[in-house]
Design a protein around this ligand. Structure first.
Ligand code: CP3
Length: 344
């Protein structure tokens, strides 16, 4: 089969298995890197870092200077969308994101007209990255999927069970649906502009696809992801998309069929044989090492990394973690993991 592209990671997303799985690491730019902490300390706030192309390009490229990764992921955050819509978003050190929680009136006050102009620096970052990256590297853009972004907008912060947002969705169904509509439309504009600026593929982070019954999963996760993929492909034909419905469990196959994503991110709690039994062998998957194994390293990491490579040997596979890398991860363990995946 002739290669569809000479970028191994993008080719895998498009369904062409590579001899060794290409690798990127979820949240690969960030606080486990001393050079990131240094850039961050020299910058006013986290959002300023996201909106200053010179600095965002620098921190995007930092992990690629250290490790032989197959992709760069745009340095930004899923919460630039609420910020762009006019909701107050702050990143307090050590506390994670803090937002002024939205009520029904707040939803009506969101300003979609200003959002894409507000995000112009992100597109400039992508254009500069496109020019800076070697041709074999894949450039990944992203946004948060609507439900995950809504959990922060309605709850005001991260929460283990997304209680505030789940309750709001049931108690105020019309206002909730209006919020999801705004997020779907804004995300389509945002991702289409990311492709125009040079992204090869985008990932939809649905980090909180957990804790939902069938009807809520359909309404809050599956349908908004489907509408984004469909709307995006009307603007960017055949746009390659990676879905990541973390915690979708028994709903994985339904999610992949309904949304039409090219590749599916697999969280680390999902068994490899379950994936192979329920997802068609031509569908690309991405994952799924527990980030904790990367913290611990040694046999705890290497045994499972090998099991993942073998387990996904008969389908297109992108090696990744099953959720984001954590700040206490030793750099030597990341070096070893990349070496192992590349065949060492
Ligand atoms: O290389 C990269 O992936 C960097 C780009 C990136 C960031 N956030 C930078 C960031 C990406 C792709 C994200 C995604 C993101 N952000 C998600 C989805 C992935 C996931 O982990 O589930 C979510 C839920 C968020 C929201 C968010 N942003 C949280 C909960 C936090 C605080 C805790 C944490 O993970 O650090 C952030 C802040 C944030 N986003 C940091 C970085 C590097 C740390 C900010 C700092 O420097 O203080």
């Amino acid at each position: 089969m002739a290669p569809v592209t000479h970028k191994p990671l993008l080719a895998t997303v498009l369904g062409q298995r590579q001899e060794r799985p290409p690798i990127w690491i979820m949240r690969q730019a960030g606080r486990y890197l001393p050079e990131y902490r240094q850039t961050r300390a020299q910058t006013g706030g986290f959002l300023e870092l996201c909106y200053t192309p010179e600095l965002a390009v620098e921190v995007t490229l930092q992990p690629l200077r250290r490790f032989d990764l197959d992709a760069a992921i745009l340095f930004s955050d899923i919460l630039v969308i609420p910020d762009a819509l006019g909701q107050s978003v702050r990143f307090a050190t050590g506390e994670g994101p803090l937002l002024d929680p939205l009520d029904e009136k707040g939803i009506d006050g969101l300003d979609r007209d200003r959002a894409i102009a507000h995000l112009a620096p992100v597109f400039e970052t992508l254009r500069r990255l496109r020019a800076a990256l070697p041709p074999e590297k894949t450039l990944i853009g992203f946004c948060g999927a609507p439900w995950t972004v809504a959990t922060y907008m309605l709850g005001g912060r991260g929460s283990p069970d997304q209680w505030a947002a789940r309750r709001f969705a049931l108690e105020h169904p019309q206002a909730f649906d209006r919020l999801i509509d705004i997020l779907v439309d804004t995300s389509i504009d945002y991702l289409a502009a990311q492709f125009e600026a040079g992204a090869d593929v985008v990932q939809l982070f649905e980090s909180w696809a957990l804790n939902l019954d069938d009807a809520s999963f359909f309404r809050q996760v599956m349908d908004p992801n489907r509408r984004i993929v469909e709307g995006l492909r009307q603007r960017v034909p055949d746009a390659p998309v990676i879905g990541f419905p973390r915690g979708a469990a028994g709903n994985l196959r339904r999610f992949s069929e309904a949304t039409g994503v090219n590749a599916l991110g697999i969280d680390f709690a999902t068994p490899i044989d379950f994936v192979n039994a329920h997802l068609p062998p031509e569908l690309a998957v991405q994952g799924n090492l527990d980030p904790l194994r990367l913290v611990v390293g040694g046999e705890a990491m290497e045994r499972q990394a090998r099991a993942i490579i073998e387990g996904f040997a008969n389908r297109p596979h992108i090696f990744n973690l099953g959720h984001g890398i954590v700040p206490e991860t030793p750099i030597a363990h990341v070096e070893r993991l990349v070496e192992l995946v590349k065949g060492g």
